[in-house]
Design a protein around this ligand. Structure first.
Ligand SMILES: [Fe+2]
Length: 283
């Protein structure tokens, strides 16, 4: 039997999931948050430590820490949890493409693609085990080029492809994003059995709903306010028009430069400190 517990980060509206197999006590974490206060450039690990404590309290062994994509709105605690627990870190194989765009963007055109911070670069359809349960990875690009969905038992962890049905879908205007590709990925998710539980990566609580929610079903998502009855052309028009009005996420610059390496920070410089880069007028 597969169980899950969600952790909601109110600062970035991110949902982190702990998923475990009851009998074997094997566990994995999806989309953990590394806390970052941008005004003082201060990092903290209380969110990730809370997840690690839950793993210990339940007597679980963490075997995998997974990102659904290189997030632009929060820093990933993937690398931190990998170092702390020995769990393997996995992400979609197209992260290499995302690195090749963002290395030059952050002023390092000669930095080669490097993936030593990851233990697995998943291909479409690739599977791995959680106890006696088979986890399947589906490519679901569009929000970014490297987005994947993790299928575990009756659940689909869809990252930022879909949000709750009363809120809509993710933006597709980041470098490598594409609204037509996102539409096709969403259709792939909606073709799963209709009772499949859809576990989303964020909730922003639309007006009129006072609690955060992150779980729906394929049947619910077929009525998602961004999709209901829309053709691909309708969707692309709506998505692109809406994206043109959205401002850049607050943490996009620190987040992307560490998340393309699984949340690993740049090396310590000669003065003993770590520096991130802030490119001017690039967004
Ligand atoms: Fe995202």
């Amino acid at each position: 039997m597969i169980n899950t517990q969600a952790f909601f980060d109110t600062k970035t509206n991110t949902v982190t999931y702990l998923v475990w197999h009851d009998e074997s006590r094997e566990a994995l974490v999806i989309d953990p948050v590394l806390d970052y206060e941008p005004h003082a450039a201060r990092l903290d690990t209380y969110s990730a430590d809370g997840v690690i404590k839950a793993v210990e309290d339940k007597g679980l062994t963490l075997t995998w820490v997974l990102d659904t994509h290189a997030h632009a709105d929060h820093l990933s605690a993937g690398h931190y949890i990998r170092e702390k627990t020995g769990a393997k870190l996995g992400i979609g194989a197209h992260i290499e493409q995302v690195q090749s765009f963002f290395h030059p963007f952050f002023g390092a055109p000669n930095e080669p693609i490097h993936t030593e911070t990851f233990d697995a670069l998943f291909k479409d359809g690739q599977t791995f085990q959680l106890g006696d349960n088979t986890v399947k990875v589906l490519f679901t690009p569009g929000h970014t080029a490297a987005c994947v969905t993790y299928l575990i038992a009756d659940m689909a962890f869809v990252g930022d492809t879909l949000f709750m049905p009363d809120y809509g879908t993710a933006r597709a205007d980041f470098p490598g994003g594409n609204s037509s590709i996102l539409y096709k990925s969403i259709q792939k998710i909606l073709s799963l059995p209709e009772t499949t539980r859809i576990m989303v990566g964020h909730d922003y609580r639309p007006e009129g709903r006072d609690v955060h929610r992150w779980e729906s079903t394929v049947a619910d998502q077929r009525k998602n306010i961004h999709l209901n009855g829309k053709t691909e052309a309708d969707y692309v028009e709506m998505r692109d028009a809406r994206d043109a009005t959205l401002s850049a996420p607050r943490l996009i610059l620190p987040a992307l430069q560490v998340n393309i390496h699984g949340g690993a920070l740049p090396p310590v410089e000669r003065d003993g400190h770590i520096y991130l880069k802030i490119p001017i007028n690039r967004i």
